[in-house]
Design a protein around this ligand. Structure first.
Ligand SMILES: Cc1cc2nc3c(=O)[nH]c(=O)nc-3n(C[C@H](O)[C@H](O)[C@H](O)COP(=O)(O)OP(=O)(O)OC[C@H]3O[C@@H](n4cnc5c(N)ncnc54)[C@H](O)[C@@H]3O)c2cc1C
Length: 471
């Protein structure tokens, strides 16, 4: 009796601890009940969006998350989204909307994406951003310069973790059961080959979750070295950033049930950064030189295009070179940073950079000659940024490309239903977000915000249709 009382008391204590915590209640007990309508696998922006929509439609929803916290790579993000320009933004900034925005995505993807699908996502983008805002998503409007100097309407969030928090709060309010530390490993099929749930593992062992609809929202494969080596280029030289749980599990599970898989090189959502804390990439007043001291890129290029140029040329580290005048544009705050090299002459600077002095001098002389002509016949840099590098002190800051996500994987249709190798929808199986972005992106990340608009839009649709399917 005393033992029983002790057990009850401990259970009460554990329950009240869970209730006080901000983390959703963790339930690792085995579940075999077939009455789950919608099972969502993965608790990032796409999975939580799916869960919120499905629960809002009246479904019994369970979301399983492999990690001990929700948010995946979404937590790492700036929380930016992209949408169509309003008429006012279009006339004030020339920001893109409708077909122009679709054309932009297609052009950046070098036509290697699905136009109809992009049109569909673009048509839903504004509704998604408003839906997020309606739940408390905070953002500031930015007329953001993307590829080819096009202007896009970006909502700059306060951080992806804020998006996760509001989606989690909403999911909890709607009764979504969130189960942490539980990794889906395999899709369960019935004798006719139809998806009826997933097998998963947790601290206690294996668990089967039977459900009428399954949504895969497992994010990228950025943390899976084998998949990265198989499907992307030059990753051995790149730092990879993304949630530890993003090991491509959804891809493997879906591939095992005949899902279509598409990968496009280099396959990476790439960017670049510097060793000094500058927040965003700087304006293009610098001269970018490789470790040999040669220029290698049009410095104005949008950050993902710039990074891909470096990746394709095998450059894992490069320098931003400034003089006393060019650094004053937007980098004065880091002029004294410990990683910023400075010297009175270019020769001395080359020595600090460990670059051949004659090569660096030739690069800068040739750059200055282009500035004199106000025309970059080498790389086509916008003349607005063509300012000579000729007045000491001279500066050099280390920069490097990095990958923050992956492109390629599953194909989904406008119902977020996973397509098989014959382009037919797989019954009861849906996917959203980075695990299923093969048809939206080409090789290049088109604009800040496009991943989250994609994740939340496809997640919402997956949740709505999965709920309907479960009826
Ligand atoms: C540094 C950084 C900055 C970024 N900034 C932006 C930005 O501002 N705007 C933008 O649009 N995009 C940005 N991105 C990209 C964007 O964050 C992602 O594309 C987006 O968050 C993906 O959402 P998701 O729901 O598909 O995946 P995630 O948010 O990564 O969620 C996937 C979840 O699935 C879980 N999971 C994986 N496998 C399993 C399994 N087997 N069982 C259960 N759970 C599993 C993972 O643990 C993870 O929690 C950024 C990315 C990074 C890394």
């Amino acid at each position: 009796m005393r033992k029983l009382l002790k057990l009850i008391l401990s259970a009460v204590l554990i329950c009240s601890m869970a209730a006080c915590s901000n983390t959703p209640a963790t339930d690792n007990s085995a579940k075999n009940e077939p009455e789950i309508d919608v099972l969502v696998v993965g608790g990032g922006a796409s999975g939580l969006s799916a869960a919120v929509e499905a629960a809002g439609a009246g479904s019994k929803v369970v979301l399983i998350e492999k990690a001990s916290n929700l948010g995946g790579s979404t937590n790492y993000s700036a929380g930016a989204t992209v949408r169509n320009a309003t008429d006012e933004e279009a006339s004030t900034y020339g920001a893109l909307k409708g077909e122009e925005l679709v054309e932009y995505f297609m052009t950046v993807a070098e036509q290697n994406a699905d136009r109809d699908f992009i049109e569909f996502i673009v048509s839903k983008a504004d509704d998604t951003v408003n839906w997020l805002k309606g739940m408390g998503y905070q953002s500031d409007y930015m007329a953001y310069e993307g590829c080819n100097s096009e202007i896009l309407s970006v909502e700059w969030g306060v951080g992806g973790n804020q998006m996760i928090q509001i989606l989690t709060d909403k999911a909890t309010e709607l009764g979504v059961e969130i189960v942490m530390n539980t990794a889906a490993t395999e899709l369960i099929l019935d004798e006719s080959g139809t998806v009826t749930g997933v097998k998963a593992t947790n601290a206690e062992g294996e668990v089967d979750y039977l459900a009428k609809s399954v949504v895969l929202a497992t994010g990228s494969y950025i943390q899976n070295k084998d998949l990265i080596a198989q499907h992307t280029e030059l990753v051995d030289v790149l730092p990879l950033t993304g949630a530890p749980g993003n090991t491509g599990d959804g891809l493997k599970m879906a591939e095992a049930v005949n899902a279509k898989m598409t990968f496009k090189g280099p396959g990476l959502l790439s960017s670049w950064t510097t060793t000094a804390p500058i927040g965003a990439v700087p304006q293009a007043y610098f001269v970018a030189v490789d470790p040999q001291g040669n220029r290698f890129v049009n410095e104005v290029e949008f950050y993902s295009v710039f990074a891909n140029e470096a990746i394709k040329k095998g450059i894992s580290q490069f320098w931003l070179v400034y003089d006393a005048n060019t650094i004053a544009h937007d980098m004065s705050s880091v002029a004294e940073h410990e990683t910023m090299l400075s010297a009175d002459s270019l020769d001395e600077l080359a020595g600090l950079m460990n670059v051949d002095a004659a090569t660096l001098k030739a690069t800068i002389d040739s750059y200055n000659a282009l500035c004199d002509k106000q025309e970059d016949t080498e790389y086509g840099k916008n003349s607005k940024y063509l300012e000579k590098v000729e007045t000491g002190p001279y500066y050099a800051l280390t920069a490097f490309p990095l990958a923050i996500g992956t492109f390629g994987g599953l194909s989904i249709d406008e119902n977020s239903q996973v397509l098989d190798v014959n382009n037919a929808p797989i019954a009861n199986l849906y996917a959203a977000g980075e695990v299923a972005n093969a048809d939206f992106f080409g090789e290049v990340y088109p604009i800040s915000g496009s991943c989250l608009t994609y994740a939340t839009t496809t997640g919402r649709i997956a949740g709505q249709v999965a709920a309907e399917n479960a009826k």
